[in-house]
Ligand binder design. Sequence first.
Ligand SMILES: Cc1cc2nc3c(=O)[nH]c(=O)nc-3n(C[C@H](O)[C@H](O)[C@H](O)COP(=O)(O)OP(=O)(O)OC[C@H]3O[C@@H](n4cnc5c(N)ncnc54)[C@H](O)[C@@H]3O)c2cc1C
Length: 447
Amino acid sequence: MDYDLFIIGTGTAGTSAASICSKGGMKVAIADYRSLGGTCALRGCAPKKVLVGSATLYEHLRRMTRRGVFPEGPTLSWKGLMAFKRRFIDPFPAIRAEEYRRMGVDVCSGVVSFIDKNTARVGDRTFTSKKFLIASGSAPRALNIPGEEHMVTSEGFMDLDDLPGSIVFVGGGYISFEFAHLAALAGSKVTILHKGGRPLANFEKDLVSRLLKVTAKLGIDVVLNAEVTSIEKKGDSYVTVADARGIRSPYVSDCVVHGAGRVPEIDALDLGRAGVDHTQRGVRVNGFLQSVSNPDIYAAGDAVEGTYMLKPVSENEGFVAGRNILEGNVVKVDHDVVPSVLFTVPEIASVGRSESELKSGGEDYDVVENDMSDWFSTRYLGMDNAYSKVLKRKSDGRILGAHIMSPRAGEIINLFTLAIRCGMDSETLKTVPWAFPTNTSDMPRLV
Ligand SMILES: Cc1cc2nc3c(=O)[nH]c(=O)nc-3n(C[C@H](O)[C@H](O)[C@H](O)COP(=O)(O)OP(=O)(O)OC[C@H]3O[C@@H](n4cnc5c(N)ncnc54)[C@H](O)[C@@H]3O)c2cc1C
């Protein structure tokens, strides 16, 4: 055999596994058909946070302009933002290559497909390996509508040299909302077309309805129950047709962005030849992240059926799969408490159970709900809209879920993640001497 382990994908999942298995003495290769580094670092979380972070700062300054910070308002330059983002992101593939060199991991360039259970093709070369890890990530979902090729993906959006004057986002998920806030703050006229009645379905309903109000204030038009049926290019513009309960309406814009979900990128792999059971939702695995049909093949990250498509989850799965490959199924994957943050302005964030989950599960719970709009922690930032809902077990006050909208929601939710994972109750959280004045010093009132 050429290798002990052959990894498909140089993203977070593949790299975590490469690190653990090469340290453990395995002979490892890793392959990718794109630049080394994967989605999070090159096309996802990192470039997005650089752009959204600057937009958030701009919005903060704009709010504070009326409160004595700047005599004249700040401006947001899309070109300047792009240049700043590229300085951050462009060096990354070379840094990754150097990491692999130090780990002693061989790098192969090209599209990988299986020939049989222990052999893969990369371009015109073939490799044999005792084990494989499928860490091939995800890609935008095909919509199968006429004109879908006119849509710009999230990756394309984050690389536009100029901000379009008007943008239609197809789909009401996290990509659309985060980019819509960014684009609106940068001066674009933005519309979000969402097929169902409830956008951002993974977040608590009360959080989303508050965010929709803030979104409307930013001038973003969110159209619900609007299923996009076609996109047509007319001169320099695009006409996106959406069917809202039988009424077809055209939306004309300078750019149309795909925000309609992502699916595992597994089609090119020819998984049937390796005997790997899978569905459109990804590779089917057991609790050790081992293929349910071929014990020599593992999967981790966005390529796994039914996983959370999030960076910390793919990283953790890479480590879990890596340890199981190295030591022989010693650790199971645990996704019991996974926080999600929506990087809008302000952020919304959730962890643990939602109220509807607790209701349907028959759990006896208390709700601590706060409109934090006039709290010090909101007002000193010049904001006027913040909210929290914390759910705790009635019998012992144990925290079961937290749902926050605040300029610092992403940081606050990490504390709740820790509290839920460690089984903490509200009394414990109330008695911590939280450093003041910080946004987390609100904790005693939140629980
Ligand atoms: C716009 C955007 C914003 C995001 N923001 C966040 C965020 O704020 N927080 C968060 O937690 N998560 C975020 N995510 C999700 C996060 O980026 C992913 O969950 C994570 O990067 C998945 O890592 P992975 O290792 O599973 O796959 P990836 O990082 O996608 O790596 C897979 C690699 O496999 C390669 N590949 C695929 N097929 C083949 C093949 N046949 N042959 C060779 N190579 C192949 C691909 O080229 C890719 O480089 C975001 C995603 C997007 C798109």
